[in-house]
Design a protein around this ligand. Structure first.
Ligand code: UDP
Length: 409
């Protein structure tokens, strides 16, 4: 069905009339780890939830992903094997993306074109997005560095981007075609709410200085509380782990569980007194914060990157400046209401709302290049606002500028 029957036009801006027909979405996962991820894998977890939910909401989703991937959406395994130990090797990313672009072109030639490619890969698809006729939406999963900002600035015209936090967007180079800020999703039904906490602090992540497992150890010692650490030691992280983390592990006050997954991981989050996030980098999102809070577990974080947006100081956790303050906050977790913690996250990041936000993004991006059968109409502004899409104050779509509307807590 073309059109949503909205009355045209008072103030006279041009846009393409919105269609409510289901969309054909090519979801492009990275080539490294299957979807859903067996353990560590933030992007793959996001892609999994989004593909499933868009499918559930009636869209035709084809998930292009690493072998071993499963989804209720259609899955196309692109390469011959996954590459968990070769993350960011361009050989595999280029191979993966080139094969997907060929499939996207084949679908168009066969008369069943995708409406949109939703890209979660590193850089290849974004840089080559003008080589396919299907519009491409690229979710920004990483922080901007001077190198990546230059890359995005150079290729900005080729695709639309979605930021996952305002903190991330604040670092974006000028000229990016920002289609919205959409938080990463979580399915609350997958996570238990536990109000009765056990006597341990939790840290979950990659073993890097920026994520701060060594600072979590220092804070837990100051708080005189046991700490559980979980996360993989990825290639290149061995020295940091051996020097900064391993010497402190005693199996009692400081325990290290390695990589965790499934029910064990969920219980770990749900029963912890608090999740510690002593980050020292502009964390673009931080799924572990969502995972803790949806279980009713407060997050005690340094105010870096997205932590300022995700943690509501005094309501879902605490924002603190250093290890000493973190230790003090560990004694205050009783002030945080577990149910409220969960409710805040559900309201902002539940997968149903996030999928609808992405649907809005897709339609607006598609509308910019209307397929045959669409018609131009006049209206006040595009039909946004029924979801979590928040227009970037310095972004523009089709040359229009929108106002920022913050998420209301
Ligand atoms: N994770 C996991 N097992 C581990 C450590 C991490 O499943 O042992 C998951 C964690 O639950 C989260 C993701 O990996 O979903 C990490 O995502 P986050 O955004 O927190 O960090 P980053 O993407 O920067 O590594």
């Amino acid at each position: 069905m073309i059109g949503d029957g909205r009355a045209p036009a008072r103030s006279g801006q041009l846009f393409w009339q919105r269609s409510e027909r289901p969309l054909r979405v090519a979801m492009l996962a990275p080539p490294w780890i299957p979807v859903p991820p067996p353990g560590y894998g933030g992007i793959e977890a996001v892609v999994d939830l989004l593909a499933r939910e868009l499918h559930r909401q009636g869209h035709e989703v084809t998930l292009f992903a690493a072998p071993g991937s499963r989804s209720e959406a259609e899955v196309v395994e692109v390469l011959e094997r996954a590459h968990p130990d070769e993350i960011e090797r361009s050989l595999y990313e280029a191979d993966h993306v080139a094969r997907v672009f060929a499939a996207v072109d084949r679908a168009a030639r066969a008369g069943r074109p995708f409406d949109v490619v939703h890209d979660h890969c590193g850089f290849t698809a974004f840089a080559m997005a003008d080589r396919i006729s299907t519009p491409l939406v690229h979710t920004l999963h990483g922080p901007f560095t001077s190198e990546t900002a230059a890359f995005y600035a150079h290729h900005a015209a080729k695709a639309h981007v979605v930021a996952i936090s305002y903190a991330q967007l604040a670092q974006a180079p000028a000229g990016l075609r920002v289609a919205g800020v959409v938080p990463n999703p979580i399915d609350a039904a997958d996570w238990p709410l536990v109000a009765d906490k056990q006597d341990y602090l939790l840290w979950v992540g990659r073993m890097t200085a920026e994520k701060g497992p060594h600072r979590a150890i220092a804070a837990a010692r100051l708080a005189q509380m046991p700490l559980v650490l979980a996360g993989p030691v990825q290639p290149g992280q061995e020295r940091f782990f051996e020097r900064e983390v391993a010497p402190h592990i005693d199996g009692e006050r400081i325990r290290y569980l390695g990589e965790v997954a499934g029910e064990r991981k969920r219980q770990l989050f749900a029963r912890a007194r608090a999740l510690l996030m002593p980050i020292r980098w502009p964390e673009p999102f931080g799924m572990v914060m969502l995972e803790a809070m949806v279980c009713g577990t407060p997050v005690i974080a340094f105010p870096e990157g997205s932590a300022r947006e995700l943690v509501l100081d005094g309501r879902t956790g605490f924002l603190v400046e250093n290890e000493e303050q973190m230790a003090e906050a560990c004694a205050m977790t009783g002030q945080i209401d577990a149910a409220r913690c969960r409710e805040t996250i559900v309201r902002r990041c539940d997968v149903g709302a996030v999928a609808r936000a992405y649907e809005d993004v897709y339609r607006r991006v598609i509308d910019e290049r209307p397929p045959a059968g669409y018609r131009r109409v006049i209206d006040e502004r595009p039909p946004i606002g029924r979801s979590l899409v928040i227009d970037a104050d310095h972004g523009s779509l089709a040359g229009r500028r929108y106002a920022v509307s913050a998420v209301d807590d």
